[in-house]
Design a protein. Structure first.
Length: 95
């Protein structure tokens, strides 16, 4: 291989490398933004934030319901223990 052929191969290799970098640059930038947590579309980011707020509002009653269920279970256990110790007297009929 002559020095002229090596020069041509080197030029083509550099051109191919530059073309590859130029073609892959948008993909690499998008990947870097995604890894960094930055959304590609600001409208999509706003929609996601709004959905997260709605989910938080919807989860509040669920948490309250779970707390009320726990309190009811506790009250039932206390009443069951009380009934095991001494039965409640039956109410008297008015007479």
């Amino acid at each position: 291989m002559s020095s002229k052929d090596i020069g041509i191969v080197a030029v083509f290799a550099i051109a191919a490398l530059l073309a590859g970098v130029m073609l892959l640059r948008p993909v690499i930038n998008a990947w870097a933004r995604r890894l960094g947590g930055e959304a590609a579309n600001p409208e999509l980011s706003a929609a996601i934030a709004e959905l997260r707020e709605r989910m938080a509002v919807l989860e509040e009653p669920n948490a309250r319901l779970q707390e009320l269920e726990e309190r009811l279970d506790f009250a039932e256990r206390v009443l069951a223990q009380r009934n095991e110790r001494s039965p409640m007297p039956l109410p008297r009929a008015p007479g």
